[in-house]
Design a protein around this ligand. Structure first.
Ligand SMILES: Cc1cc2nc3c(=O)[nH]c(=O)nc-3n(C[C@H](O)[C@H](O)[C@H](O)COP(=O)(O)O)c2cc1C
Length: 365
């Protein structure tokens, strides 16, 4: 291992305590949140992903979660998204997991299906809906309700097609294990397919996948069971949720607590509590740590580990979240783009010896 921690400090800082989930122990509580890079072709990872993810492992975070990765080609948000729908995707991902694990970090991959939010142009090209005539594909969802009025109308998945999507998640998880990932995260947030089923604003079905909360979370619970069955028993399974829709009549944090309880029973170990992006007319209340109260409520009321995400940018803020028991870990996205060494800087600021890479010793003495 190319990391060193020559003289560990005696000081106990919650953010830098290890965290054990099933058979995996993470070196601290600072995670890297999945972030789409829109830099793939045909779902393949490449050197951009290696450097982007590898840098954050060098920077001291404990868990690196690879971006939303399509379980089918149609499950991608854009043509630039990563995929794990065929065995050929495994080779490059294996190189990435090896590099990260050799830096003392643990690799996770977020698998998912973009549902009615699939088939869009890259965000850096405006992110508009990409129609079939321009190289896009038929989008799918729980109900034929478009996300934005300018988007295509999703095909309402049949129960047979739902079974196919669940199976695709399980197959992708199997490939993730082969690629050397030690954690899998199911993407059930941000208005993508599983989340679309949860929300009464995007799911108006009248079959066993719509109506009651139990029915609306059915596809998610079935996906969890299928993925759990496809990965080793000692492998942690995480799930990211949108804790609230930020819209009248939408999913509530009380629903999230019930979802978390059912997910835990089905085999999820840790829930990352994000929010929103399910409906275009949402009214989110952004402020530092805006999702922390959701992580705290889900953790306390469902009795499951949680990670807090969203506008966590300061070492003291991150440490307080963990120390006060609001979440078991923090997971950072944009701050890690600004500062790949956030965890090393945070360790220094909080007075603990960072697990810096040996090669960088002169800079962190
Ligand atoms: C460029 C970019 C790509 C993202 N891609 C994903 C993704 O693939 N999966 C996901 O769950 N969230 C994704 N997110 C959301 C982040 O993981 C995170 O939940 C959100 O940015 C809030 O955290 P932050 O304030 O630390 O950035 C993305 C965010 C950014 C900025």
């Amino acid at each position: 291992m190319a990391t060193s921690n020559p003289s560990p400090s005696e000081k106990v800082v919650a953010l830098f305590q290890p965290l054990t989930i099933r058979g995996v122990t993470l070196r601290n509580r600072v995670f890297m949140s999945p972030m789409c890079q829109y830099s793939s072709e045909d779902g393949f990872a490449n050197d951009w992903h290696l450097v982007h993810l590898g840098s954050r492992a060098v920077g001291g975070v404990s868990l690196i979660t690879v971006e939303a990765t399509g379980v089918t080609p149609e499950g991608r948000i854009t043509l630039g998204c990563l995929g794990l729908w065929k065995d050929e995707h495994i080779t490059k991902l294996s190189q990435i997991t090896k590099f990260i694990e050799a830096r003392g970090a643990v690799t996770a991959i977020q698998i998912g299906h973009a549902g009615r939010k699939a088939s869009t142009k890259l965000p850096r090209e405006g992110g508009a809906f990409l129609p079939v005539a321009e190289g896009g594909w038929q989008i799918v969802g729980p109900s034929p309700i478009p996300f934005r009025p300018t988007d295509g109308v999703p095909h309402e998945l049949t129960s047979g097609e739902i079974a196919g999507v669940i199976e695709a998640h399980a197959k992708a998880a199997e490939r993730a294990v082969k690629a050397g990932f030690r954690v899998v995260e199911i993407h059930a947030a941000h208005g993508y397919l599983l989340n679309e089923f949860m929300s009464p604003l995007s799911n108006t079905r009248t079959d066993s996948y719509g109506g009651s909360l139990e029915n609306r979370i059915r596809i998610t619970i079935e996906t969890i069971k299928a993925v759990r069955g496809a990965i080793p028993a000692d492998m942690p399974l995480m799930m990211k949720i949108s804790s609230v829709d930020w819209a009248d009549g939408g999913f509530t944090v009380e629903d999230s607590v019930k979802l978390a309880m059912a997910s835990k029973a089905a085999g999820v170990d840790l829930i990352t509590c994000s929010s929103g992006n399910v409906v275009a007319h949402q009214k989110p209340e952004f402020k530092p740590g805006f999702n922390v109260p959701f992580a705290e409520k889900v953790r306390k009321e469902a009795g499951i580990m949680t990670a807090a995400v969203g506008m966590i940018t300061e070492a003291a803020q991150a440490n307080e979240i963990v120390e006060s028991g609001k979440a078991d870990a923090v997971t950072l996205a944009r701050e890690l783009l600004r500062d790949p060494y956030f965890a090393l800087h945070a360790a220094k600021a909080l007075g603990v010896k960072p697990a810096f890479p040996g090669q960088y010793t002169p800079a962190f003495l």
